[in-house]
Write a protein that binds this ligand. Structure first.
Ligand SMILES: C[S@@+](CC[C@H](N)C(=O)[O-])C[C@H]1O[C@@H](n2cnc3c(N)ncnc32)[C@H](O)[C@@H]1O
Length: 287
């Protein structure tokens, strides 16, 4: 293990602080939406699936349920997550010999506990759900390059994430998120988070070698203050609601575009997202 990795192990990450929470509920994702994501993985035709930046393993649990309800043979699933707390939550809630769970880094595709790397040219699917904005701007290219490396030729990358067309909307949302992360004491998230413009994401995907990157579906993250506060309440500082509200009030463009709706005591944010699909060329000669 390198000293850089050892250091990252001892730092408490944002998702160590968050602990147990419901990511999908905060984002307003319902069962149908989540099931449509799993369906898109075309699991009948996949042997090896990587759930990267997997949090507490909710997507992997969804995959297991989906396959078991339909008598689909469960592919071999690798779950990779950086926060040791979230990794332990995944380990505690998933008991399948078809699932391997690693406390690891998506950028190095390495298990931080053993120092072992995931195999290259191996996975039929790599899926990242609401994860790519956690990676700092300078490492974004590296993220898609690492995903490309571990995919088999012909393998498919499915990314579900925030995606902006309007730079002002993006910057205002990034600012609100910074305020929230500061209130949680999540210094790494304040420093790292980067929300992508559409042309940035497609630029990265094309430059690492994906050939058919396309938007499968656009959607909105629907973030309601009452759900958000309930999920995060114990992690937030006393004045959090007031400070968050002030940050939302300052987001003029998001409010003008009705992406932030403020009531007397509550708010709803409707932030643009996309499920993006990118295919590694079947005859890629790199590996
Ligand atoms: C917003 S959460 C989403 C988790 C999960 N995919 C879901 O949808 O519930 C983002 C996750 O990415 C993880 N993460 C951040 N940086 C990472 C990295 N370099 N490698 C692997 N996981 C990372 C965080 O610890 C966090 O659990």
């Amino acid at each position: 293990m390198t000293s850089e990795n050892f250091q990252s192990k001892v730092v408490q990450t944002a998702y160590d602080i968050v602990g147990k929470y419901n990511q999908d509920r905060i984002n307003g994702f319902d069962e149908d939406f989540l099931e449509s994501l799993v369906k898109l993985l075309d699991l009948e035709n996949a042997e090896n699936v990587l759930d990267a930046m997997a949090g507490d393993g909710n997507l992997t649990r969804g995959i297991i349920n989906y396959c078991s309800c339909r008598n689909i043979e469960l592919p071999s699933i690798t779950l990779l997550e950086y926060s040791s707390v979230q990794t332990e939550l995944a380990r505690a809630s998933i008991d399948s010999e078809r699932v391997s769970i690693f406390n690891g880094d998506v950028l190095s595709m390495m298990d931080l506990e053993s120092g072992e790397k995931l195999p290259t040219n191996y996975f039929d699917r790599v899926v990242i759900k609401s994860g790519n904005h956690e990676i700092r701007a300078e490492k974004q290219y590296h993220l898609y390059d690492s995903v490309f490396e571990v995919l088999k030729p012909g393998g498919v990358f499915i990314n579900l994430g925030f995606l902006f067309n309007d730079v002002q909307e993006r910057d205002e949302f990034a600012q609100i998120t910074k305020v929230k992360d500061n209130l949680m004491g999540a210094a790494d998230a304040v420093a790292n988070r980067y929300f992508l413009m559409r042309e940035e994401l497609y630029g990265f995907l094309n430059s690492v070698g994906f050939k058919e990157a396309k938007g499968h579906k656009t959607f909105e993250y629907v973030i309601r203050s009452e759900i958000f506060e309930k999920e995060y309440f114990s992690n937030l500082k006393p004045n959090a609601a007031i400070e968050l509200r002030a940050a939302q009030e300052q987001a003029r463009t998001l409010r003008n575009h009705r992406r932030i709706l403020l009531d007397a005591n509550s708010s709803v944010m409707r932030i643009p997202g996309e499920i993006t699909i990118a295919i590694k060329p079947p005859f890629f000669k790199g590996g």
